[in-house]
Design a protein around this ligand. Structure first.
Ligand SMILES: NC(=O)c1ccc[n+]([C@@H]2O[C@H](COP(=O)([O-])OP(=O)(O)OC[C@H]3O[C@@H](n4cnc5c(N)ncnc54)[C@H](O)[C@@H]3O)[C@@H](O)[C@H]2O)c1
Ligand SMILES: [Fe+2]
Length: 430
């Protein structure tokens, strides 16, 4: 028998490893499906509109909050965003304590400090005013306080015994939908790898989508976080575990983003676009809570950990590659989505599913250009690619039910393309 060339050997090994990866991942996807059907997913009561912050405060007060622990970040605090809430609480004689120490992709140290301050201040309700980073930190503070435990001990599945301290959320980005989800992400202080706590007890009691709170969000954050919503919706839509309920939320979120993100990006003061984006973000969260995510998030999480790319931007960079990967297996589903949300032009109705799926993917690419997504990742090293591919493949097989599985070499190919595009852009800018 002729001996195999080194390249053929690598390909052979990759195929063998991929076969066992596939078997494990597909079994896990089935378990996840059962899990999502059996486990009740609570929902926050939702207030929407320009006075919704105050309605949320009324609920908090009626439910017995006497001292509110407000979790936010320094940027938002300096912009005076919590004032709409704190003025209202003060007018209603409700005491509060502000912790503005949350950083993007918060670490355990940041969460622990919040927990310490909340306990020291004897707070009996937690109110998050911020983006996904603030909301996730607030979830962990509320759960740790209510369970008298540490945030580290909550990492994993269903680690909490009791409900947390009552938690309320006012999202300031239209992005993660974290106010509706059963997960919270905390970054390891040393490695920056994200660790996830998953528990239905983590879902907030209520959330307010107040468009006035989002009006000052700069265009680049509006774009990054808005594409995060789109990614949640599309990954949930393409998930093998999608169902009628998640389809409703994923399609509504996709439509909301396609129709409103360009306006919210161009004119941040547009109340209607901001409100619609806030609702889309919330719906996206509900959709992926059950149906899960996919390779876009798995790879993006690694780009965040290795190269400090904001969560939404990392998704925006990876999204087109994964849509191309799923194009064949998901063409029927993507065509169905395009038809549902009015993305098919009149002459295209009788086109094949493949052509309509291509049209949808082209529209997503067009949106990325409209909102000026910077596709570059600075500092990418080929020597990191093996570890990144391994971690991303593991995240997919552990947590998601994707329509197409790819071998580690496929993930590395995507990373190589992102690096080439980044190098090209850097060279043309020099
Ligand atoms: N729990 C979940 O279900 C879930 C889902 C997806 C992502 N996440 C996590 O959420 C985090 C990302 O959250 P994000 O994308 O909302 O960003 P973010 O919360 O990290 O905020 C990004 C930046 O935007 C600023 N900002 C936020 N709102 C603003 C406003 N209205 N005006 C001006 N500046 C504003 C913040 O100060 C911050 O500097 C990541 O850590 C990610 O892992 C969690
Ligand atoms: Fe996300």
């Amino acid at each position: 028998m002729p001996s195999q060339s080194p390249i053929a050997k690598i390909m052979h090994n990759d195929t063998l490893q991929h076969a066992s990866y596939l078997a494990v991942a597909k079994t896990r996807a089935k378990v996840l499906k059962v899990f999502s059907m059996v486990i009740p997913m609570p929902r926050p009561l939702l207030f929407v509109g320009e006075q919704s912050c105050h309605e949320l405060c009324d609920m908090m007060i009626n439910e017995g909050a006497s001292k509110v622990f407000i979790v936010t970040d320094e940027v938002l605090n300096k912009l005076g965003i919590p004032a709409k809430v704190t003025d209202y609480l003060a007018a209603n004689n409700i005491d509060y304590h502000i912790y503005d120490g949350i950083t993007p992709d918060p670490t355990f140290t940041v969460v622990e400090e919040g927990l310490r301050q909340s306990k020291d201040a004897n707070c009996d309700a937690v109110l998050a005013i911020g983006g996904g980073s603030v909301i996730d930190a607030a979830k962990m503070i509320a759960m740790s306080q209510g369970n008298n435990t540490t945030p580290q001990k909550l990492i994993g599945l269903f680690k909490a015994r009791k409900l947390g301290t009552p938690l309320y959320c006012i999202p300031t980005t239209a992005g993660t939908g974290s106010e509706a989800t059963i997960g919270a992400v905390v970054s390891n202080d040393k490695t920056h790898q994200k660790e996830i706590a998953i528990d239905p007890k983590m879902v907030s009691l209520a959330a307010a989508i107040d468009p006035t709170i989002m009006q000052g969000m700069p265009p680049h954050i509006t774009a990054d976080t808005g594409i995060d919503v789109l990614t949640h919706a599309l990954e949930a839509w393409m998930s093998v575990n999608a169902g009628a309920e998640t389809d409703y939320y994923a399609a509504s979120a996709t439509k909301g983003v396609m129709e409103n993100l360009p306006t919210a990006f161009k004119d941040g003061k547009d109340i209607k676009a901001r409100e619609q984006m806030g609702i889309a973000a919330h719906y996206g969260g509900i959709a992926f809570n059950k149906a899960g995510l996919g390779y876009v998030h798995a790879i993006a999480h690694q780009l965040g950990a290795y190269y400090h790319i904001p969560h939404g931007r990392a998704n925006a960079i990876v999204l087109p590659y994964v849509l191309d990967l799923n194009r064949k297996s998901s063409e029927k589903r993507l065509a169905k989505l395009a038809k549902k949300i009015g993305l098919v032009e009149k002459g295209q109705v009788n086109n094949s599913d493949g052509e309509i799926a291509d049209h949808l993917i082209a529209k997503v690419r067009e949106l990325l250009t409209t909102v000026n997504i910077d596709p570059t990742v600075k500092g990418m090293q080929e020597s990191d690619f093996d570890a990144i591919a391994k971690a991303a493949a593991k995240e997919v097989s552990d947590t998601y039910a994707v329509p197409t599985y790819m071998p580690a070499s496929g993930i590395k190919e995507i990373l190589t393309k992102i690096k080439a595009a980044s190098d090209e852009k850097a060279a043309s800018a020099a």
